[in-house]
Ligand binder design. Structure first.
Ligand code: GDP
Ligand code: MG
Length: 596
């Protein structure tokens, strides 16, 4: 197919506005997936994506569409995630495209991530086609949605497409708009090869598999290629596309998107953002990607210390597929050898841990997440700390600085009151209240990022019945009255339970945390004392009395199923128990720190 008949596009939207469902309809109408094989959110391939109903990884698929005049077009579709934690996935996907469908839910209107994704698309010079989705819903308000797109985003809606992805309305018009409005790729097929690596993962049979956008030239099996950043040379063993299942091809040409394999065993040698060229060529590298910096940090440890090597290998492989997390070795007195990992946010952290556990069959414990603090010491030195275990002696500290964000909260007018209250609880400073339309408002707040990390997002959703949405940017470090709170179990500090808190909230957090730990730590044969302390000062204390009877004793004569359940529950808990001194602490205890 000539390059003029190729279109590379992405689908962007706020979470849940219907990107994956629209992708389903496009797969269906182009015959890529038969009605019989169709299942909802077809491209969400990870088990975790299907269970949670969210897209985590961007997916690239090739479709062929025949127009009424008989011309066949090749469409490369990249479905992207919508959650703020996965923005880097979106920005990588967009670098492989010339256009984007901007999906807006007609019953919700423009939300924070709608706007954030539009900015990403504009940065990549993409042609943006507005698609108003869910027009089948009784509460859909097409006119209002159009107004919001015009006023908030500044995009003309004259040609906006009206679609119901769920019921397959307006899908053909979407395909026509893709062909008519999105430019074809610009590359030169005769020029020397240049391909951008925009995703990669480890496959047990093929080695590292790399998703590329071929910018110039062509790439084919048998060709010798070079990764520009390392200079390493490989011979291509396989090229292909997802359509949507993997299919091998003879060649990928300039303008096309597809995967390659080259027997690469070393995961670090196929870095996302790198440029692939012919082995002996001398060409300019492609722009690549901005490095993303993790903002939330936590320790990840194997429950069973013998699993450390397996964890190490798993983390390296997963990192190849998700370079937005970082890792370094960490040792803990309580948990042994593990890794200190950095993430884009709490959801990202959860997803990484779950992927490690499922895709690599590991049993892991993670510690409370922390942001990165800067500490000015009395000796004028400045240090950065993201692990409470490394907190310096308070006597040496001159000042503690914490990261702040500027948050934009999009909400219908009726929730302003409760959202303002939430922001104040979280030490927010109000900057602005903007009315976008008479009933749609943006609250602009400056907030300490540590307050956002914990439960801000969940609260935002519950205070606004799911209607408010959030986007944020870092705006630098500011001084804060922060202290380290230690948790002691039978006088022994548990390093991985320490956390940094604002002094005003320390008593409250200390009390909550100790009582929560009392609930989750199983009774032992001896007394267990749980204390929260700042320095030497104990601020909260709980006691778990020793166990006298067998747990089953009270079940004698009782019903058998209950007894069974109790035993099963114990077994389940055992898997994740970590002994601290003589006290066995379950994973829930480590998680309890999060859930206050
Ligand atoms: P994504 O997060 O943007 O990928 O959104 P999904 O495609 O996963 O869709 C989120 C939810 O909206 C799912 O429950 C879909 O069934 C539903 N949905 C998507 N498109 C439509 C539509 O056109 N009409 C209606 N009523 N529901 C839709
Ligand atoms: Mg999706």
């Amino acid at each position: 197919i000539p390059i003029e008949r190729i279109r590379n596009f992405s689908i962007i939207a706020h979470i849940d506005h219907g990107k994956s469902t629209l992708a389903d309809r496009l797969l269906e109408i182009t015959g890529a997936v038969s009605a019989r094989e169709m299942r909802e959110q077809y491209l969400d391939r990870l088990e975790l994506e299907r269970e949670r109903g969210i897209t985590i990884k961007a997916q690239a698929v090739r479709l062929y569409y025949q127009r009424e005049n008989g011309e066949v077009y090749q469409l490369n579709l990249i479905d992207t995630p919508g959650h703020v934690d996965f923005t880097y996935e979106v920005s990588r996907a967009l670098a492989a495209c010339e256009g984007a469908l901007l999906v807006v839910d007609a019953s919700q209107g423009v939300e924070a991530q709608t706007l954030a994704n539009v900015y990403l698309a504009l940065e990549n010079n993409l042609e943006i086609i507005p698609v108003i989705n869910k027009i089948d819903l009784p509460q859909a308000d097409i006119e209002k949605t159009k107004r919001e797109i015009e006023e908030i985003i500044g995009l003309s809606t004259e040609d906006a497409l009206l679609v119901s992805a769920k019921f397959g309305i307006g899908i053909k018009e979407v395909l026509e708009a893709i062909i008519n409005k999105i430019p074809s790729p610009k590359g030169k097929r005769e020029a020397p090869l240049r391909a951008l690596v925009f995703d990669s993962w480890y496959d047990p049979y093929l080695g590292v598999v790399v998703l590329v956008r071929v910018v110039d030239g062509k790439i084919y099996p048998g060709q010798k290629i070079k990764f520009l950043s390392t200079g390493k040379v490989y011979e291509i063993t396989k090229v292909g596309v997802f359509a949507p299942e993997a299919a091998t091809l003879d060649c990928l040409f300039a303008g096309e998107v597809g995967f390659i394999a080259a027997g690469i065993k070393e995961v670090r040698e196929a870095k996302i953002g790198d440029t692939i060229t012919e082995a002996n060529a001398c060409v300019e590298p492609l722009p690549g990607f901005k490095e993303v910096k993790p903002v939330v940090f936590a320790g990840i440890f194997p429950v069973d210390n013998d699993d450390f090597e397996n964890l190490k290998e798993a983390i390296e492989k997963l990192w190849l597929n998700d370079p937005a997390f970082s890792y370094e070795l960490e040792t803990s007195a309580a948990l042994g050898f593990g890794f200190r990992c950095g993430f884009q946010g709490l959801l990202h952290m959860e997803i990484v841990q779950e992927r490690l556990e499922r895709e690599f069959k590991l049993n892991l414990i993670s510690t409370a997440p922390s942001v990165k603090y800067k500490i000015r010491l009395k000796n004028k030195k400045e240090i950065e700390i993201e692990n409470p275990a490394h907190w310096p002696d308070p006597a040496l500290i001159e000042e503690v600085l914490e990261p702040y964000i500027r948050a934009e909260i999009y909400t219908p007018r009726e929730y302003i009151g409760s959202l303002i209250k939430l922001c104040e609880e979280k030490r927010g400073i109000q900057k602005e209240i903007k009315y976008l339309t008479p009933d749609r408002v943006v609250l602009v707040y400056e907030l300490p990022f540590s307050e956002i990390v914990l439960d801000f997002y969940d609260k935002l959703k519950s205070y606004s019945r799911g209607y408010a949405s959030l986007d944020y940017q870092f705006i630098g470090y500011r001084a804060g009255d922060l202290v380290k709170m230690d948790i002691l179990i039978n006088k022994q500090p548990v390093d991985t339970l320490s956390l940094i808190v604002h002094r005003d909230k320390a008593y409250y957090r200390g009390r909550e945390l100790t009582s929560k730990l009392k609930e989750v730590i199983p009774r032992q044969l001896f007394e267990v004392v749980i204390q929260a302390a700042i320095g030497n000062k104990v601020i909260a204390r709980e006691r778990i009395p020793p166990l006298r009877k067998d747990v089953l004793a009270k079940c004698y004569g009782g019903d058998v199923t209950r007894k069974k359940k109790l035993l099963e529950k114990q077994k389940e808990g055992k898997k994740r128990l970590k002994a601290i001194g003589h006290v066995e602490i379950p994973q829930e205890a480590f998680l309890a720190v999060l859930k206050i």
